[in-house]
Design a protein around this ligand. Structure first.
Ligand SMILES: Nc1ncnc2c1ncn2[C@@H]1O[C@H](COP(=O)(O)OP(=O)(O)OP(=O)(O)O)[C@@H](O)[C@H]1O
Ligand SMILES: [Mg+2]
Length: 228
């Protein structure tokens, strides 16, 4: 078996726009190895989020083939897609996407409720372990808005980790943070990467490139450069 965790072959994505269709990703070929730290770069509108959402089973593509951990996942049902998403992938978003009226404990618990795999005790242990890992155990009973932006992003990372995915997808995870806080988040992602997680991240910020093992540059929906 190849050691690619992800492979796209000649993938096309069209969005319907009225009677027309907008060709937003064009003949994408991509190989990501286990343990890579991938940065997807490109101007606004170049298709970065669309690509990330397709790879993360959040969106469908129009043509081509997707091989995920050796499985052809091109034609999965919605139910199978949710299962792949839930068991293999953790998501981190620019705007955190925490639920404001739930406390930190409940927010971090959420992916395990959808997944319905762990006992109450196991869930409790995982929540505390991952909050420890991001160094925010003391915030367990607080609400998201009582935390700083950087702290909220660390909570989303704890949330992304509870189902023990081996891939983390992050769409501009530092986009809402200042330089210093961004560095904390990047260092945390790098630590996870060193511990074996594959990281696939979208960013505008060329300063962050030194964290990457692979850079994919998109221009108008085309991969113009892919370097290891
Ligand atoms: N649901 C949709 N329906 C129609 N067109 C869409 C949809 N989502 C995105 N697009 C279009 O697809 C193209 C790529 O969008 P995408 O969000 O992937 O860009 P991006 O590189 O992530 O941009 P940004 O850096 O601003 O986040 C854009 O032209 C956008 O307008
Ligand atoms: Mg985007």
């Amino acid at each position: 078996m190849s050691n690619n965790i992800i492979e796209l072959r000649n993938m096309q994505k069209y969005y319907p726009v009225g009677k027309d269709k907008l060709h937003v990703l064009k003949s994408i070929n991509l190989e990501i190895k286990k343990g890579d730290f991938v940065m997807i770069m490109g101007k606004s509108g170049s298709g970065k989020t669309t690509l990330l959402n397709i790879l993360g089973f959040l969106d469908r593509f129009s043509e081509g083939q997707y091989i995920f951990k050796g499985n052809d996942v091109t034609n999965l049902s919605e139910k199978e897609r949710s299962k792949f998403r839930n068991t293999n992938i953790g998501f981190v978003f620019q705007q955190f996407n925490l639920i404001q009226n739930l406390n930190i404990y409940k927010n971090v618990e959420l992916p395990m409720i959808y997944n319905n795999k762990y006992s109450k005790e196991e869930k409790d242990k995982k929540i505390k372990h991952n909050l420890d890992l991001v160094d925010l155990s003391d915030k367990i009973n607080q609400k998201p808005l009582e935390l700083s932006g950087g702290q909220q992003q660390r909570i989303t990372i704890a949330r992304a980790l509870v189902n023990e995915p081996d891939i983390i997808f992050a769409d501009e995870p530092t986009g809402a943070l200042d330089t210093e806080t961004s560095k904390d988040i990047m260092d945390l992602l790098k630590k996870l990467n060193n511990d074996g997680k594959t990281i696939i991240m979208v960013t505008h910020d060329p300063e962050l490139l030194n964290y990457a093992t692979k850079v994919v540059r998109l221009k108008d929906g085309v991969v113009v450069e892919s370097e290891e």
